[in-house]
Design a protein around this ligand. Structure first.
Ligand code: 6PG
Length: 243
């Protein structure tokens, strides 16, 4: 059942799990993702999950993949990706293949041939339309600027936040381009994220906590992208955070 997004509201009530150490954060997030996969496979024989890019997830995913889960029933897509070849160090799909490549899970890249961002967005959307839907889990990270997935400030922001009905991915040119990955992107749309059965946000550091709390308090009216994404969700995500 696809949940219709909550009426546009502010003041998103997040449920925070705060950890004392990175190891505790890892254990907490691994437990949450494991539960989601096991519940989805028990209920429907398969699980389709979208995992965040960036650096935070990598040590957590390396712990997760070591678990004896029904990986052959799991399909993994990036929540967003940089429009680069999968062999490029910036590729989120490349990271997922490195982590899950031998697990038996199916990793489905959103970016194939490098293309102009709108075309890359259309191709990513077509990839997502070939998957079971809605997603069983979306794992989001957040940048210090409050972006999430690859929904960034810039000319493509409104298209990513409020795409035409049924559009699950779009191309985005962040403005400004983030120095750690100064390239165009494809991303899940805010509506695709809101449709997911479960959503978690995983982040580190006091500054990011402050940004997320501010964004959640402002919801759809927030200047922070993640506030606008959260404001359109019928049930707010679980947040996993370590200082
Ligand atoms: C990306 C990610 C992005 C990431 C945040 C946080 O492709 O860059 O999807 O949304 O989650 O930028 O990244 P870190 O975990 O590296 O801080």
């Amino acid at each position: 059942m696809i949940q219709s997004p909550r009426p546009l509201d502010t003041d998103v009530h997040l449920s925070w799990s705060s950890y004392d150490t990175r190891d505790a954060l890892t254990a907490g997030v691994v437990a949450a993702v494991r539960e989601c996969i096991e519940d989805a496979v028990a209920a429907q024989g398969r699980a389709t999950i979208a995992l965040s890019g960036g650096k935070t997830p990598v040590p957590i995913l390396e712990r997760l993949v070591a678990l004896p889960l029904p990986w052959s029933a799991v399909t993994i897509v990036p929540s967003d990706d940089r429009i680069v070849p999968i062999s490029d160090a910036l590729s989120n799909a490349g990271m997922l293949v490195r982590v899950f490549g031998r697990s038996g899970a199916r990793v489905v890249p959103l970016v194939g041939e490098v293309a102009e961002r709108q075309e890359a967005g259309r191709r990513a959307d077509a990839v997502l339309h070939r998957l079971e839907w809605p997603l069983d889990l979306v794992w989001l990270g957040m940048g210090a600027d409050g972006h999430t997935a690859s929904i960034f400030a810039g000319a493509d922001l409104e298209h990513a936040l409020m795409p035409p009905p049924g559009v699950r991915a779009v191309g985005v040119r962040p403005d400004p381009l983030p120095p750690e990955a100064p390239v165009d992107r494809v991303t899940l749309t805010a509506t695709a994220i809101a449709e997911a059965r479960r959503c978690i946000v995983v982040l580190e550091g006091a500054k990011k906590r402050e940004v997320l709390e501010r964004a959640a308090s402002e919801g759809v009216h927030s200047a922070y992208v993640i506030g606008r994404v959260l404001g359109g969700m019928s049930s707010p995500p679980a947040v996993h955070w370590v200082a």
